[in-house]
Design a protein around this ligand. Sequence first.
Ligand SMILES: C[S@@+](CC[C@H](N)C(=O)[O-])C[C@H]1O[C@@H](n2cnc3c(N)ncnc32)[C@H](O)[C@@H]1O
Length: 333
Amino acid sequence: MIASGRRVSREWLALREPADAAARAVELVERLARRPRWIIHDLGCGTGAMGRWLAPLLRGPQHWILHDRDPDLLEAALALPPGPAADGAAVTVEARRSDITRLRAGDLAGCTLITASALLDLLTEEELDGLIAACAGAGCPVLLTLSVVGQVTMAPADPLDRRVAAAFDAHQRRVTDGGRLLGPDAVARAMQQFARLGFDVLVRPTPWRLGVAEARLAAEWFAGWFGAAGEQDVELAAEAGLYPQRRLAQAASGRLNVTVGHADLLVSPRPESVRLEPRRERVAQQHHVADLANLGECRPPAGVPGEAAVAHEPGGAGVAHEERGDDQLQLVG
Ligand SMILES: C[S@@+](CC[C@H](N)C(=O)[O-])C[C@H]1O[C@@H](n2cnc3c(N)ncnc32)[C@H](O)[C@@H]1O
C-alpha cells in the first residue's frame, strides 16, 4: 500500500532545485569515503534533484535507486537522470514506487549510501524511527539534506512575521491520520536516534537565502508558507489585513530577503575500533545530542522536550560522537 499525503508538484520541485543545490552542504559529501562503485538509494526522490546535485560530486560508477510514492514524480526523475560522475564514470538510475516508511533493512541491502532531501520533516516520529532502523540495518552512510528547522527570517521585518511563523510551525507539527508530523523536530529526533544506534552524526546549517535573484521562489514560498499558517490559525487571514499582499508583492519584486532554515545530516557507521563500550552506550542513550533551536543561525542546538540536553558546543553544528570524557556525549563542530 502506498501511504497517502499531500502531493508535491513537479513545478514546485523545479522552482526550488537551484536554491536547494546552492544550500546543501558539499562539505559533508567531501567526508564520504571513496568507493569503487556506488549503490545509492534516494528516499522520497521527487523529480530526482538529489541525484542531479550529488552524482557529479562523487567519483566512480554509480547506480541510483530512486524511491517515491508518486509515479508522476518518478517518471519526471527518469526523464532527467543525473549527469556523469566527477571522473566521468557512468551513472545509471532505476525507479521504485514505494512507501519509504515501510522499507526494511533488506530492501536497502548492498547499498553504499542512502540519501534523502526535504523529507524528514514530513514524517511522524514512528515513521522516522522505522526509517532510521532500516537505514541503520543497511550499515552504510546516510546523507539527509534540507530538513526544515523552523527558522524563518525576513528583511525588512514585519510585526506579523512571528505569528505566521508560529502558525506555520504548528501546521508542520499537525496531527494527520498517520499521527503527528515531526516538522521542525525531525532533525533533533534523527540525530538522537542515530546516536542511540551507535552512529556518528554531523549536522550543518543549510538555509535558503532568497533575494532578488530568487524572487519567484521567494514569492511561491511565501504563498505556501502563509497559506499553511492560515490553515492552522483560522483567524490569521482575517486579522492579517494587507500583510499577505504586501509581503507577496515585496517577494515577487525581489524587495524581500528571506532566510529559511534547514539542516543537513551526515550519518556514518562508527568504526568497530571506536564503538562505544556498553556503559558509555547507556550514557549516549540517556542524553539528547543537540540543541537545534538556532541551527539556521549556526548557534547552539535545543533539547527535545522531556529530555535533558547535556551536550552543548558553541557553534551548534557538530558531530555526535564519543568525546574524551567518560560519560558525556558531545557535539563537536
Ligand atoms: C519535498 S519533496 C522532496 C523531493 C526531492 N527529494 C527533492 O529534494 O527535490 C518530498 C518527496 O517525498 C515523497 N514522499 C513523502 N512521503 C513519502 C513516503 N511515505 N513514501 C515515498 N515517498 C514519499 C513525496 O512524494 C515527494 O516527492
